[in-house]
Design a protein around this ligand. Structure first.
Ligand code: ADP
Ligand code: MG
Length: 609
């Protein structure tokens, strides 16, 4: 017997320490429909879907699959019931090929032997049907993210899943890939698959979904038929207030250049390939320059070169820092230390050294007690000896970057035209560069630190957070609280929350707050709103515009054309490691930019810059 509702979730609640992530949520999924789940970052969407996929058990409530109550205790139970999930962060084995990943756990055998060939043909047919250009023999680590996602989808279909959950599938895709995914999802629904689709991009929801359920701070606000609603209503429901979908901005009044890039080439040491070839441009005070392009055309490497994450091969990066006088004076970076201060610096360094030894000593003692008390007293005597040996070991300074004395590089100027090419990342930061990195987990945060420590991650050594040479925890907490409040970073335990447990959007807001709050003359923002909801996007766009209006220079890299056209004062298109065109956002269109982004058209670079 066929049921109209393939899934029925009834009164689901789930709490995590300090937060009720799902509060009495009910939802139904009809056969053959695309059901969108909409909500701000941290609204509880992933938690609800993880419950359906058996990754968490709900505290309360029940789930019916095809009309029968089911206990879904783990993902294997879910697979057995025909439920599959493509996670926000893919769960593939990087060193396996696409085919190996697809069949993993459900390997086809003949007479007890592995026979992947049996399924190859049907997988190839499936790829053809869905228009997927996936090479089944390519390793996952060599694939762009768009293809990795297709492998995840194939994996669900190979397991005969009829209920497909997509957790923010478009967050990592280019505009073209997003269109392709929408088409594939529609095809799958037409074949009778039922799809749950998490997104906070309203236009996607409007194009692809049949119904939409809105969550707000863990609560369900109801389910609407998509054709009866519109983006404005959805955004109001989701955020709880009216949202500006297109930002209003003042005319840009650019002044002198803050950043000049001359003939820059960057070599990518991982890919062993030159990714940026002979690029020149500048960014002026009071303007937002946006680099548009399809992922993998050298934008990442260009930014790595400028920020110091990758060494540059050739060329100049010059920061004209004469605009940053106030910043320098505020942070007392321009003072040449006199003899007393130099001695004081050394004393402070000594104090810190001792202080860290005490901290590490305590840490060792804590670990020691926790681990070994259970084992028994005899053991402890032995282990005390071990501990003694450990603390007697000479400390390797290189292991602990916090031992570096403050403001160490005195032979490079802090004001004027500064060449950044050879400077360390910290020295670039000190001279007035702020960076919102592309990969927030790898370069933006220390996930196991709390929010407070992450917010002072690139300034903790400055005078503001020192007291008698020690780190001033009170100042740190006050500063972090201010940033958390003004950038609306939400989490279970405020500044004491461990960043790993926070939702992606709030992690991003923490980075944006940390970097923008320093008010540096140059801001480099790479995909600052990736994966964020409209409310958060609106607030981040406002903060970036504020930075521009205060006279700072902003270099923005974004894959979202909408964002590029919305924010930029000048657009540079990058293709194959080169800048191939310069545009005024008011005089161009997504179509024209698309032609340059795909390499179909280019202008003479020397003539335009
Ligand atoms: P969404 O997917 O809507 O952005 P999530 O479901 O990921 O939101 O998170 C909802 C809330 O639950 C967030 O505040 C998040 O910090 C919290 N949360 C999610 N997973 C965990 C976890 N494993 N431990 C603690 N808190 C969590
Ligand atoms: Mg989520």
């Amino acid at each position: 017997m066929e049921f109209e509702n393939v899934i029925e979730m009834r009164h689901i609640s789930k709490s995590f320490p300090g937060i009720k992530a799902n509060d009495d949520i009910s939802l139904t999924l009809r056969k053959g429909e695309i059901h969108a789940l909409l909500g701000e970052n941290g609204a509880g969407k992933s938690t609800l879907m993880s419950i359906l996929f058996g990754m968490y058990e709900p505290d309360e409530g029940e789930i019916l699959v095809n009309g029968e109550i089911q206990k879904i205790k783990n993902p294997n139970d879910a697979t057995r019931l025909g439920i599959g999930m493509v996670h926000q962060h893919f769960k593939l084995v990087e060193c396996y090929t696409a085919l190996q990943n697809i069949i993993l756990g459900f390997e086809p055998t003949k007479f007890g032997f592995l026979r992947p060939k049996i399924v190859r043909k049907s997988l190839e047919d499936l790829c053809k049907k869905l228009n997927f250009d996936v090479d089944l023999d390519m390793k996952i680590e060599d694939m762009p993210v768009g293809q990795q996602q297709k492998v995840e989808i194939l994996k669900m279909l190979y397991r005969n899943n009829n209920i497909l959950i997509f957790d923010e599938p478009t967050a990592v895709l280019t505009p073209q890939e997003i269109d392709e995914l929408m088409v594939s999802m529609k095809k799958l629904a037409q074949e009778g698959k039922s799809i749950l689709f998490i997104s906070h991009k309203l236009n996607e929801i409007m194009t692809v979904s049949d119904r939409v359920t809105v969550l707000q701070r863990g609560k369900c606000l109801g389910t609407l038929e998509t054709r009866d609603t519109n983006p404005q209503e959805l955004s109001r429901l989701m955020v709880g207030r009216d949202v500006e979908l297109v930002i209003k901005k003042e005319k840009c009044k650019p002044k002198n250049p803050v950043l000049t890039i001359n003939n820059l080439s960057v070599y990518n040491s991982e890919r062993k390939k030159e990714m940026v070839h002979d690029v020149s441009f500048n960014v002026r005070a009071g303007e937002i320059v946006c680099i548009a392009g399809i992922e993998g055309n050298g934008q990442t490497d260009l930014i790595y070169g400028i920020t110091g994450l990758e060494k540059v091969k050739e060329g100049e990066i010059i920061l004209h820092n004469s605009f940053a006088k106030e910043y320098i004076e505020k942070n007392e970076l321009n003072k040449t230390p006199n003899i007393v201060e130099m001695v004081l610096d050394k004393v402070k360094f000594g104090c810190n050294f001792v202080w860290y030894h005490i901290c590490f000593g305590c840490l060792y003692a804590k670990l020691f007690l926790e681990k070994y008390i259970k084992i028994g007293c005899n053991y402890i005597v032995n282990l005390v000896r071990k501990l003694f040996k450990k603390s007697a070991k000479p400390v390797d300074f290189k292991e602990f970057p916090t031992y570096i004395p403050f403001n160490e590089v005195k032979d490079q100027p802090l004001v004027g035209d500064i060449h950044l090419e050879q400077l360390s990342i910290r020295d670039r930061n000190l001279r007035g560069l702020a960076h919102i990195p592309e990969d927030r987990h790898k370069h933006g945060l220390v996930l196991d630190f709390n929010l407070r420590d992450n917010i002072v991650l690139d300034t903790y050594y400055s005078k503001t957070f020192q007291k008698y040479g020690f780190i001033n925890n009170k100042a740190k907490a006050e500063y972090a609280k201010k940033v958390v409040e003004s950038y609306d970073v939400r989490s279970g335990k405020g500044i004491d929350s461990i960043v790993r447990s926070m939702s992606g959007g709030n992690q991003q807001k923490a980075i944006v707050g940390r970097e923008l709050n320093r008010e540096t003359p140059l801001l480099i923002a790479v995909q600052p709103t990736r994966g964020l909801d409209v409310g958060a996007i609106e607030s981040i766009h406002h903060h970036i515009l504020d930075a521009r209006d205060k006279g700072n220079a902003v270099l923005l890299v974004s894959l979202e054309l909408e964002e590029v056209l919305n924010l930029a004062d000048r657009i540079l298109v990058m293709y194959n490691g080169e800048i191939v065109g310069q545009f005024d956002p008011k005089k161009t269109s997504p179509n024209e930019l698309g032609l340059y982004m795909s390499g179909a058209k280019r202008d003479d670079v020397n003539a335009i810059l």
